[in-house]
Design a protein around this ligand. Structure first.
Ligand code: UDP
Length: 243
């Protein structure tokens, strides 16, 4: 693999090789997509904001004994990460009913769940990222039962630490999506990003259901002020880190 080769361009990030075969460079873009890329746009400054927030949260999780792919940020929208083999799952953790959970079950938006819900969606745009059952996960040979147990435990621990952190930011962590990968020793590492693109974040200081939204739902639902909401998340994350 020669250095600086573009390996993959996703909806929000571009992945490059580096001079070290164990290290990749992720460049965060301002491009935004929703509804399986049917809606496209740009969120000014998003690349830098999501890279900054992801870097802060992955370092916080590492300090709490969660292994991640994070290495460092050589510039404000670039992150160096360890090479992993991505497990083709979107692991969603929910604390409060919103989004597809409400659409598919009829639960009212905002209902607090009795305990965090961990769900597994197949990472496959052509199939529309379907929700999988445990048996379908094994049928498709995506993970072993040991790996599934590790994923579940890691997802719940991550939720615990993120909830605690966002509470200090006056932000309610409604739900979020995680991706995991395996390293050359088959160890599972948290990968990808944790940002307003991949989390539902509600401003605890706002009661109005539209005003409280600080995440990609502002873009999905055309609520306006997308950039300023992302900036406010970044400011609060950085101020709590500095405190
Ligand atoms: N999510 C994501 N990428 C996806 C699908 C979902 O980051 O491809 C995040 C989303 O931002 C939310 C959580 O996962 O924080 C749960 O999303 P949901 O299943 O409710 O889907 P949606 O309503 O966004 O279609």
């Amino acid at each position: 693999m020669s250095p600086n080769t573009k390996l993959y361009e996703g909806k929000a990030k571009i992945l490059y090789s580096t001079e070290d075969p164990q290290v990749l460079l992720t460049v965060y873009k301002d491009d935004a997509t929703a509804f399986n890329a049917q809606k496209k746009g740009q969120i000014q400054g998003k690349g830098v904001i999501n890279c900054t927030i992801t870097s802060a949260l992955l370092q916080m999780l590492e300090k709490n004994a969660i292994p991640t792919h994070y290495i460092d940020c050589p510039s404000s929208n670039q992150m160096r990460v360890k090479v992993v083999k991505i497990i083709p799952l979107e692991v969603v953790v929910r604390n409060i009913a919103a989004g597809s959970l409400c659409r598919q079950t009829g639960l009212p938006e905002g209902q607090i769940l009795p305990k965090p819900l961990v769900e597994y969606y197949l990472k496959d745009d052509a199939l529309g990222d379907p929700l999988l059952t445990r048996d379908r996960l094994f049928l498709l040979n995506i993970v072993t039962s040991e790996q599934l147990q590790i994923l579940e435990e890691m997802a719940l621990k991550i939720n615990h630490h993120l909830q605690e952190f966002f509470t200090r930011c006056n932000i309610t962590l409604v739900d979020f999506k995680l991706e995991f990968g395996t390293d050359s020793q088959d160890k599972i590492l948290l990968a990808d990003e944790i940002s307003p693109d991949t989390c539902r974040l509600w401003d605890t200081t706002e009661t109005d259901p539209k005003a409280r939204v600080m995440d990609k739902d502002r873009f999905r639902k055309d609520l306006g002020d997308v950039e300023s909401a992302y900036q406010r998340v970044q400011q609060r994350v950085l101020s709590v880190l500095g405190s």
